[in-house]
Design a protein around this ligand. Structure first.
Ligand SMILES: Cc1ncc(COP(=O)(O)O)c(C=O)c1O
Length: 206
């Protein structure tokens, strides 16, 4: 093999070694005991403090029974994406009830928090927007900002409002319009940014 050309497997091995050295190598660790608070992990009995099942609903007998009933009636998959033919009546019913519960016009189901952030941010952020996102935001928010394909800056927790204020002042100077989107669930703010204006204030690009 010509000098300078390394096998792909060697490159991957080096990258994995670098991750291990940096303490960033991650492995999937199967647990027994389903979604209980106490599980057996690598032979040890441990208390799970990293789960999102705060209310213990994942193992609730009534919900497990309802899920089993739904699977018997509707099958274990929608068969296609909802935009194709997988939008089932039970999806609609659940969304209607969730919207009523949350006093909103409508609700849209996503299979996970990750998908919700990717879907919502890319839908909300459009041409001419700039996104300011807390540097410590969840990876799904950062990926949503990146996927929106718009000017996206990641600012430290303490400074996003300062960056946005500077940006808004520049926007007024440059005559941009004033649409602004903000969700309480994530500190990511989109400002309509006139195409002729100078770039948003520099922080770190996502
Ligand atoms: C703010 C936020 N967004 C998204 C997620 C990802 O959710 P999921 O694990 O359902 O993809 C989490 C998970 O903890 C979260 O805290």
């Amino acid at each position: 093999m010509a000098a300078g050309k390394r096998r792909v497997s060697d490159r991957f091995r080096d990258e994995l070694d670098q991750l291990r050295d940096a303490g960033l190598y991650r492995e999937l660790r199967p647990t027994s005991d389903g979604t209980n608070a106490w599980v057996t992990l690598e032979g040890r009995r441990v208390l799970l403090l990293c789960s999102n099942d705060y209310l213990g609903l994942a193992g609730h007998p009534a919900l497990a029974e309802a899920a089993a009933r739904a699977a018997r009636e509707w099958g274990v998959g929608a068969g296609a994406s909802r935009l194709v033919s997988g939008s089932l009546r039970i999806h609609d019913e659940l969304e209607t009830r969730l919207a009523r519960l949350k006093h909103t016009e409508a609700a849209l189901l996503f299979p996970s928090g990750y998908h919700a952030n990717i879907g919502a941010i890319t839908a909300l952020v459009g041409k001419g927007d700039a996104v300011f996102s807390d540097a410590l935001n969840h990876a799904s928010i950062i990926d949503g900002c990146r996927l929106s394909g718009r000017a996206c800056t990641s600012t430290p927790m303490a400074t996003p409002m300062r960056s946005v204020a500077r940006c808004a002042a520049a926007r007024r100077r440059d005559g941009g319009s004033s649409s602004r989107t903000r969700s309480s669930a994530w500190t990511a703010i989109a400002l309509r940014w006139p195409s002729s204006a100078s770039s948003p204030p520099r922080t770190t690009r996502c």
